[in-house]
Design a binder for this molecule. Sequence first.
Ligand code: ZN
Length: 362
Amino acid sequence: MERFTKSKTMVFPREIIVGHNTNQQVAELCERISTGKNVLIVADKKTKKLSGDEIHKVLKKASYIVKDKIVSSPTLGEVNRVINYAHKNEIDLLLGVGGGSVIDVTKLAAYELKRPFVSIPTSAAHDGIASPRASLKHSKGSVSKTAVSPLAVLADTKIITKAPYRMLASGCADAISNISAVMDWELAHRLKGEEFSTHGAVLAKTAAEMLIDNVEDIRPDSEESVWLAVKAMIVSGVAMSVAGNTRPASGSEHMFSHMLDHLGLGIMLKGKRHKKPLHGEQCGVGAIMMIYLHGGNWEKIRDTLKKIGAPTTSEELGVSKKKIIEALVKAHEIRPERYTILGETGLTHDAAKKLAKITGVI
Ligand SMILES: [Zn+2]
C-alpha cells in the first residue's frame, strides 16, 4: 500500500461578527479570544475618529487597558513602530481599525509579535480584511507578504456605510476579479501541474458570484450593500486560507493592477486630474480583459461592474490608453513564477491594444 505523506495547515478567523452596531460587542469579543487585558488599537487619524474612539470607550468601560497607535502608511517602518510600541507596553491583543493599509500594518505587526489580532474594517475597499496576506508599499510599488489570518473580524456595517461608496465598489470589483484568478489557477494546474485546491477555487468563485447574483442590491448609502460586500470578502479570505496562498483571489488581473502601480501612473488624463485609481478598480478592469483572453463571459463581468458603479474603461479608471497597453504588455513580469493566461512572455503590443479595444477598455 502506498504511504500517505500529505499534510497541510489552514488558519482561519475564529469569530466573524458582521452587522449593525457591532462595535458595541468588541469587549465581549476580546474576552472570548484573549485572556490578556492590554489592548492596542492601531488606526489612522481618520479611522480613529470614525471608529477607534468608540472601540476605545467600549473596551475601557469593560476595564481593559487600552492604548492607541496612529499609523500613516503601509510601510515596513510603520510595522516596526507598532512592534516596538507593543513590546514596550506589553500588549496582549492588537486591533486594526481602518482600511486596507491599517489592517495590513496591524496584521504584519501581530504576526511578528506572535500576538492575536482582530480586523475591524472601516471600509471594504479590498479583500484583505480577512485574508492571511498583507501588502506593503516600497519605493517601486507594493509587495505581498505572508502574515496570519485575523483571529476575529468585527465589521460594523453602520461604520462602513459612512466610507465613500467608491471604496465599496472597488472592494466588490476586487472580489469579482476572483473569476479570472481562478481561471488562471486552473490553467496553471493543467499546464504546469501547479497544486490546486478545488475547495479554495469554489469558495473564491462563490465570493464573486454572491456579488454578481445580488448586483441589484449594491448601491450607495446602504448597510445591506456593505453586508453583502463584507460577506463576499470574508469568503474570499477563507478561500486564500484554504489554498494557503493568494491564487484563488489573485491572477493575471492582479498582475495588471500591480504593473499599473509599478509604472506609477494613472493620475493624469487629458490634462484633467483624477484621483489615483484604487486597487480593486484596477483589478476589475483587468478581470474584464483577462476573462476575454480565457474565452470566458467577460461581458457579464463588465456589465456587473457597470451596475455596481466600478470603472470599466481607461477613462473611468483615470489611466491613459497608452499606459493600459504598457501594463498589459508588462504584467507577466510581476510574478514570473505564477503562471497565468499571459504566459511566460506576455502579450505583444498589438495583441494588448486589440484586447483593450475589443473589451471597450480603451
Ligand atoms: Zn485584490
